[in-house]
Structures are given as C-alpha cells and as structure tokens.
Design a protein around this ligand. Structure first.
Ligand code: HEM
Length: 598
C-alpha cells in the first residue's frame, strides 16, 4: 500500500514536472518503478491531471500526461491505450486493463519503452478507440483543387480576412472542415473538446505549421533558427533554457520591475502630452489621439528593456529612426507572410518577385536592428570586470534576458542571437494590437471601465508600490486581457501535427495531419460561450471563472497563447506588460477613455 501511495504522489509530481518542463526526479522514477509503472489514482487525483475524465466509461487517460518520462536509462513513452494483461513484447511489458473495456472505474498507468509496442497491438487497440469513425476524406471541405482555391482566396481577399472566412465556413460546414489552398492542406477545428484531443496527441516535441517563408529567409541569409522555427530535440533543448529566463516565476519576478518602469514612464509621457496639447481647463484637459503609434513604441520599449536590460528612449521627443524602422519592418514582415504561405515562395525568391523582396528586406531590417542591440549588450557585458559581473549575478542585479543567457553560457552566441531576434520580432505587434482593442472596448463600455478603475485603485493603495501585489489584487485586469484575446486573437490559429492517429468529430485523423484550431470562431461561438460578443472581464473574476463557458473541454477555450509545452514563450512577458500598461495608463492615473468610432 505504501508503495502504491508513494507511486500515486510520484505520478502527480512527475505530471507537473513534465507540464512545467522541469527535469525528472530520480526518486519519483524509483517510486514508479517499484510498482512496475502501474498506478491507480483515486478519481479526485486523476481529475487534477486530466480534468475532462468525466465518466468512468470514457476512461482515465493519465497515460497521455506522461509522454517522455523515463523509468529506465532507455527513453520511454507512455501508451495512450488501456490494457489489462501483461503481454511480453520485445522484452517490454504492456498491461491490458480489461476492467476499462468492461467499464470499471479503476484507472491504471502503464508505461512502456519507446518503440516497443508491436504495430498490430496498436492497431488492435486503436480499433477499439476509433470504432465507427469515418475517414478523413469524408470531412466536409471547401473545394478539392488547391490552386482554384488559391485563386478564390486572392479574388475575395481572404488573406486579410482569414478569421472571417473561417467563421463563415464553420457556420456553413459544421465544427470540422478540410481546406486545401495552394500547396497547403489542413483540417480545421474549433470546439474545445476537439482541441483537447489534439493537445493530448501533440507528443514530446509538438510541431506546428512551419512558416516556410521565414525559414527560407534564415537559410538564404545563413542565420541560425530560434525556437519558433525549430523542431524536435533541437527545439526542446533551446526551449527549456529559454523557459527559465522568461516563463518561470523567478524570471517573472526579475523582469516585472522593468516592465513596470516602462509603463510608468509611458504614463508620464502621456500626461505631459495631455498637459501640452489637450483642450479644456487645467486639470480637466482632454486629448483625442490615434493610440496606435504610441502603443507600438510602448511595446518595443518594454521588450527591449526586458531583453537587453536597457532603455532605448522611444518616449523621448526625438526617438531613434532605427527603432521606428524596426516597428515598420515587423509590420511589413507580418503583412507579407500570409500570401507567401500559400504561394511557391522559393520560385518567387528565384525570380525576385516584389512580394518576396519586401518580405526578405523586412526581415533583414529586423535582424540588423537586433544584431546591433545584441552586439552592444554583448560588449557591455563582456567589458565588465569578472568581479563586477559576479557581484551583479549574486546581488540579483538583472541584466535582461540577453545578459542572463550570456552569463549562463549554455546557449552558443549564435543561438542566443537567433532566439533574441525572434523574441524581438514576436514582442511588438502582439501586445500593441490587443492593447489598442482593450482601449477600444473600455472606451465603449464606460461602466466596466469604472469598475476596473475602482478595483485597481484599491489594490494599488494596499500593494505599497509592489507591482506584482497590485496586479494580484486586481484580477479584472487579467480578465480584460483574457476577454480581449478571446474576441481579438493575435494569431488566428494554433496548429499541431498529432503524433498518433486521433478521432475528431467522429472522423479519423491520421498522425501527421496538419490540424488547425481556429481561435476567432472559437472565441465568438455561442456554442462555447454565453453571450460571446459581450466584453465583460468580470466573468473572469474570482467569483465566477467560467467566462460563460458552455461547451465540453473547458480547459481548451482560452488559447490565445497556444497550449502545452510549445505555447507562446513570451506569454509571461506579454501578460504582465499589458496588465501593467492598463494599470498605470488607464487606471492609476485619472484617464478616462471614450471611443470616437464605434
Ligand atoms: C498577446 C501577446 C501574444 C500572443 C497572443 C502570442 C501568441 C502566440 C501563439 C499562439 C504562439 C504559438 C503557440 C503554440 O503553437 O502553441 C506563440 C509562439 C511564440 N511566441 Fe507569442 N504571443 C504573444 C506575445 C509574444 C511575445 C511578447 C513574445 C516575445 C517576447 C513572443 C514570442 C513567441 C515565440 C518565440 C513563440 C514560439 C515558441 C515556440 O515555438 O517554442 N510572443 N505566440
């Protein structure tokens, strides 16, 4: 019994270690080994790991949470299947759990060595799993001929309205459809329960659609790739190191004060501008502005402060031309990406087509800007006497993500450059645009705006200047960001290639199929959310965390940052940056937003 209890706890710890990408603990592995990898979890515990295991008959799929956990010196994978008897197969063990097939609620964990399951056993068990599923070919589609579809996309300008096109298509064809545009094929889904299924089949090295034009740019210019473009073990190695610098709570503690400083300064800059240019009496001035350029400058200033540990002075009256060019280049690079995804971009490169040239030139700007900053950071850090840099590290003085990566020396300089450049490129419009939507929604929902302001002011007063405490005491800020990203997702799809066959909406999806979870139709679906179009951050508050959720698969509705091990690596930077912005600019001071256009 003791061994079983220890194994239960070890199983839970191992699950969370894997989830948060921490290294395995040999003690837990020993506990699991002592019960030969078989753990029966009480229902309450199993629900923690797999919240969607609702009924006994659906079967508890703890196994899926354990991909990649090694119980031996040999790499192991876990079987997604439930078995009952022990079957000898290539000197490994497979437990078949008849009770599952008979509908018992006993749950079992079964770990097997990688590659050890005989194919036919998998096929046999898959038959149980997939019984009655229809073929992928039967999925409703938008036209079989990819090139004709491409022409239709051009003519109807779907590239700039992809989210609307997806929403319409789901309305017409139902919750799953196939699309073939140019050389690009995908199965598109939008229901949380299906996205959950996809997530559970993403494997240890989740793979999404490779943005080929970006990859080609790196290859032609002989630049290394960062996590965004890498796959497999190479991706995972970089990603684990980056997680420590930008995702872990210790890292958040380090960079939060930097974001706070930038948000405060932005607030002061705006204040000065209202005083200078605003209309009305002293103390009650009002100013009408297009916030977009200011928000882009805020986002770049904040990113650079976190990445390089230094300010780049974008709030001064004469911001550098180089930084303005960088913002322009990111916009240009993003605007030219969608059409290039569907066109034979290598051919366009070959003939020097303007679309490709614009795309590549935009990337070149991004690279040269990042390169200059990295060089400066490198020189600054390497010119410090060793004693000073050690004292800084020991005293917790933060030198930005670049400094941290350099000091640790686990990534080569080349890979540091590649990853920092990606973080730079990914960190500007992704936060600037949702902030603009947030101001827009707050402007046209004055009551909500007032309620948030009251909460922020109360929280600020009791936080004694600690930005982290102030954010914790004002959950409506987080709610605002969540609702904004649900209604206006930055990336409109999250894609994965499942590593094993799955069944979605009763269609059989073979491993390796490109499946896209479409976030815009998901976030606005009345099947998933009650009153989805209403901007109400209170629904994310502590009293009701459900945001009007209706559909099954509740964990897979809030997906603006993706999911699992491959979710957005800049997530913690983005969330904190946006919340601090709203806290300082909109609420701590006395700004009230009104919307000039509806
Ligand atoms: C509101 C802001 C943001 C949103 C909504 C967002 C969204 C996303 C999404 C959906 C993905 C794909 C995740 C997946 O496949 O599961 C992603 C990946 C990524 N994002 Fe973000 N992002 C944001 C901000 C940022 C920021 C500020 C940075 C950099 C500081 C950043 C850097 C990256 C990188 C490098 C990846 C690739 C990660 C990997 O493949 O391992 N993002 N982001």
């Amino acid at each position: 019994m003791n061994a079983q209890k220890n194994a239960e706890r070890a199983a839970l710890r191992a699950h969370f270690r894997r989830k948060y990408q921490l290294s395995e603990d040999p003690k837990d592995i020993n506990h699991l080994r002592s019960v030969e990898g078989k753990v029966s979890l009480p229902h309450q515990l199993s629900k923690i790991i797999y919240p969607e295991a609702k009924t006994k008959d659906e079967g508890f799929q703890l196994l899926r949470a354990f991909q990649g956990l090694s119980l031996d010196s040999v790499p192991m994978v876990t079987s997604p299947l439930h078995h009952e008897e022990c079957v000898q197969s290539n000197s490994c063990h497979l437990w078949l759990q008849k009770s599952f097939l008979l509908g018992s609620n006993k749950k079992s964990l079964c770990l097997i060595k990688a590659g050890a399951v005989e194919k036919e056993k998998l096929e046999e068990a898959k038959g149980v799993h997939d019984a009655g599923a229809r073929s992928r070919r039967d999925i409703p589609h938008t036209g079989r001929n990819g090139w004709l579809n491409l022409v239709r996309f051009w003519r109807k300008d779907y590239f700039s309205q992809l989210h609307k096109h997806q929403e319409r298509t789901f309305r017409d064809l139902g919750p799953i459809y196939r699309e073939h545009v140019g050389s690009h094929k995908s199965v598109n889904i939008m229901m949380p329960v299906d996205i959950g299924e996809l997530f559970r089949a993403e494997g240890l090295h989740p793979q999404r659609m490779t943005l080929q034009p970006w990859a080609t740019h790196r290859e032609t210019r002989k630049h290394s790739k960062g996590v965004f473009l890498k796959n497999g073990e190479e991706w995972r190695a970089d990603r684990l190191l980056l997680n420590k610098e930008v995702m872990m709570s210790a890292a958040v503690k380090r960079f939060l004060p930097l974001l706070d400083e930038v948000a405060k300064d932005f607030c002061q800059m705006l204040q000065a501008r209202v005083d200078r240019e605003g209309r009305g009496k002293e103390g009650k001035r009002s100013l009408t502005i297009d916030p977009s350029p200011d928000l882009f400058r805020f986002a770049l200033e904040a990113s650079c402060h976190v990445l390089y540990g230094e300010r780049i002075g974008l709030f001064s009256s004469t911001p550098s031309m180089e930084s303005q060019k960088f913002i322009w280049a990111v916009e240009q690079m993003l605007a030219t990406t969608p059409p290039l995804l569907y066109l034979p971009h290598r051919l366009l490169l070959h003939i020097g087509a303007p679309l490709w040239t614009q795309h590549a030139t935009a990337w070149d700007h991004i690279f040269s800007h990042a390169e200059a900053r990295i060089q400066r950071g490198y020189q600054r850090l390497s010119s410090l006497p060793r004693s000073v840099s050690e004292a800084r590290a020991a005293g917790g003085q933060y030198t930005g993500v670049l400094g941290q990566l350099m000091e640790k020396g686990q990534l080569s300089l080349d890979l540091i450059k590649a990853n920092i450049t990606e973080l730079m490129a990914g960190g500007v419009d992704t936060t600037a645009v949702p902030l603009q939507f947030a101001l827009f929604e707050l402007g046209r929902n004055p009551q909500v705006q007032e309620e948030i302001r009251q909460q922020v002011m109360a929280s600020w007063a009791s936080a004694a200047g600690d930005p982290q405490k102030a954010l914790q005491g004002a959950p409506l800020l987080k709610g605002t960001i969540n609702v904004i990203l649900r209604l206006y997702p930055v990336g409109i799809t999250v894609q994965r290639m499942p590593v094993k066959d799955i069944v979605l909406q009763n269609y059989h999806i073979p491993a390796g199929t490109m499946v896209q979870a479409c976030l815009y139709p998901l976030g606005r679906s009345s099947q998933v959310f009650q009153n989805p179009h209403i901007f109400d951050p209170r629904r994310w508050g502590s009293s009701s965390r459900d945001d009007g959720q209706k559909a099954e698969g509740s964990g897979f509705r809030s997906l603006a940052f993706g999911f699992g091990a491959r979710q957005c690596v800049g997530r913690r930077i983005a969330e904190n940056e946006m919340q601090l912005f709203l806290m300082h600019v909109s609420f701590r001071k006395f700004y009230r937003f009104e919307c000039q256009y509806q």
